[in-house]
Design a protein around this ligand. Structure first.
Ligand SMILES: [Mg+2]
Ligand SMILES: [Zn+2]
Length: 142
C-alpha cells in the first residue's frame, strides 16, 4: 500500500466525518500494514448491513486514477456483493452509497388560467395555454 498524499488523506478524514451523521452507516479507514492486501480500497464499512469499499483519489486531479491493482480489488469486492466506488469528495461517497437527497419536485401552476401545471426545478417561460409568465410554486416532494 502506497503512502497517501496529504490531499487524499484530508478527503478521507472529511468523508469519515460526514458519514458519522448517518446512524445506519459504519465506516473505517483501512490502514496499510504488512498484513494488508495490496491494492485494497482506502475505506470500508457497512450501510444497512450492506458492505461497501471505496477507493479515494485526490480531488481536482484527473491524473490521480486508481491503479490497475486497485481497480481489480474493487471488482473483487463488487463480485462479492459489496457496493464499490471511487470517490474524490464527500458528495461522491454520498452518491455511491445512495445517500444523496433527491431534488425537490416543484409543481408550477399558471397564475392566470390555472389550467396549466408543470413539474420541474424551474418554472416554464410562459404558459402554453394562455401565454402568462407567472406561476404559483408548490413543492410536492422533498
Ligand atoms: Mg487511494
Ligand atoms: Zn395559463
Amino acid at each position: 500500500m502506497r503512502k497517501q498524499s496529504t490531499l487524499e488523506h484530508g478527503i478521507v478524514t472529511r468523508i469519515i466525518k460526514a458519514l458519522r451523521a448517518y446512524p445506519h452507516v459504519v465506516v473505517r479507514k483501512r490502514h496499510g500494514t504488512a498484513m494488508g492486501v495490496t491494492g485494497d480500497p482506502d475505506l470500508y464499512g457497512t450501510i444497512n448491513g450492506r458492505h461497501f469499499e471505496i477507493e479515494v483519489k485526490r480531488p481536482g486531479d484527473p491524473s490521480s486514477q486508481p491503479t490497475k491493482l486497485q481497480e481489480q480489488r474493487l471488482q473483487e469486492w463488487a463480485a462479492g456483493g459489496a457496493i464499490v466506488g471511487v470517490a474524490r469528495c464527500v458528495n461522491d461517497v454520498l452518491r455511491i452509497l445512495g445517500l444523496v437527497r433527491p431534488e425537490p419536485v416543484v409543481r408550477w401552476t399558471c397564475e392566470a388560467c390555472r389550467q396549466y401545471t408543470w413539474e420541474g426545478a424551474d418554472a416554464p417561460a410562459r404558459c402554453p395555454n394562455c401565454g402568462h409568465r407567472h406561476f404559483d410554486k408548490q413543492v410536492v416532494a422533498a
